[in-house]
Design a protein around this ligand. Structure first.
Ligand code: GTP
Length: 189
């Protein structure tokens, strides 16, 4: 049991610049939000412990990649260590949704166990109701096509952020329990 308490997993966020990746992690880890953020330079890490309902604590390493094109090769080099991947678009910017399949392809090319890890589709900025550009039908279709679980979120309003990471933590722990001998689920931190 004590060994299980030291379980650690890396969660990576991927998506276009400005969709709110840094803001999602910031909301989850520090419960804060900033209006004027600076684009991520290279890559940022943060950490958070999460205790599941069964009292097992997981250590989450959160990898925040930069959406800007110039950092793409750096971001790619961190894909392979991820135990879970979040593909993020902004509900008020159609092109960020249209780019999701490209991000998924890039991720698949750079991860050896892509079919084995939990993957999520995240529609952030759900608070921007009037300027919303991406219809739910389009999201449903992509969700079915990719087979990823979809979460709408708002880092601004703190909508669905804790629920998202709770789901990820439970899914990671379940996968670990189902496949205890798989060293891909062990900590890389
Ligand atoms: P890169 O680091 O360039 O890849 O961008 P990013 O995806 O990390 O986006 P970031 O978190 O820096 O947010 C970009 C802008 O969107 C900032 O002005 C944030 O304040 C804003 N933002 C982030 N999340 C939300 C949200 O849920 N709702 C609203 N209205 N704005 C948000």
């Amino acid at each position: 049991m004590s060994q299980e308490k030291e379980l650690a997993f890396s969660i990576i966020q991927i998506g276009d610049s400005g969709v709110g990746k840094t803001s999602i992690f910031r909301r989850y880890v520090y419960n804060t939000f900033e209006d004027n953020t600076v684009s991520t330079i290279g890559l940022q890490f943060s950490f958070k412990d999460v205790t599941l309902d069964n009292n097992i604590t997981l250590k989450l390493k959160l990898l925040d990649t930069a959406g800007q094109e110039k950092y793409r090769s750096l971001s790619k080099s961190f894909f392979r260590n991820a135990h879970a991947a979040l593909f993020v678009f902004a509900l008020n910017r159609m092109e960020t949704f249209q780019h999701i399949t490209e991000w998924v392809e890039l991720f698949k090319e750079n991860h050896d166990r892509v079919d084995k890890i939990p993957k999520y589709l995240i529609g952030n900025k759900s608070d921007l109701i009037k300027s919303r550009e991406v219809d739910q039908k389009l999201i449903d279709d992509l969700e079915n096509q990719l087979g990823f679980k979809y979460f709408p979120t708002s880092a601004l309003n703190n909508y669905n952020i804790d629920a998202l990471f709770k789901d990820i933590a439970n899914t990671l722990y379940q996968a670990y329990k189902d496949d205890k001998n798989d060293k891909g689920q062990k900590s890389l931190i």
